[in-house]
Design a protein around this ligand. Sequence first.
Ligand code: MN
Length: 293
Amino acid sequence: MATKNVEKIIAPATPHYVGDGFRVHNFIPGNEQRLSMQRMSPFIMLDYNSKFYFPPSKTPRGVGVHPHRGFETVTIAYKGKVAHHDSGGGGGVISEGDVQWMTAASGVLHKEYHEEVFSRKGGDFQVVQLWVNLPAKDKMSQPKYQAIENKNIHRYHVENNGGEIEVIAGQYKDVKGSATTFTPLHLFNAKLNKGAKTSFSFPENYNTALLVIEGNIIINAAEKVATDHLALFENKGESFTIEATENAFVLILSGEPIHETIAAHGPFVMNTQAEILQAFNDYNQGKFGYLED
Ligand code: MN
């Protein structure tokens, strides 16, 4: 199999706040240094709250009531805890190592906050939020949640005690992820011990990137990628290797692009401008339900 090379390594952009609880570096989409929605489709947004200490607070920090339509939000908690509530009466806590896969689809109204006990104590907070686009035929489907607790994530054990690959979605070697997706994609957390080396293989046309959450790695024995940096791969070749030069934690994403037009505005990602207007109208008419602030 041909080697898949790194196209570029992207340093974290200046962080900004989403609400008052998420201090994020945006990697997708954004300016030309970062990645467009089309280039990384089906992954259309990646906000990364790199490890950051939040002091104790009596009022949980976070982001108030807001809608989503047309895609899925995937929240991965590495440090700290995120609580969420939605207009359908759903809610829960995403603890360290857990993943929440929320299919907003036809529409969800929710709020996302630091969990209460975490808030009161304060502590390190490190979270990724990824938006996964839906194909036109599924954009108005029924909203749903997949709450994936860390203990239920399927794992591949790397040879020679090298660590483990948590398969959130898709497949790594013979291990399948438990999350169901609308289009083919792979999402892994690779926890590699110092010196461990492992390989990955994805179809050439899949858009592929990795984000180093912790530690340092070398890709294809050539490209060093440091903590909090993202490596984008070329759409050529299939296989690459990662070597952990110290204990490392790496988020790996690869997915088949959705070749449809994208009309995006704030919390709505549809195919046409008319559908965006419809989303605003539906939201203003209360069709997303009601949720107290
Ligand atoms: Mn949200």
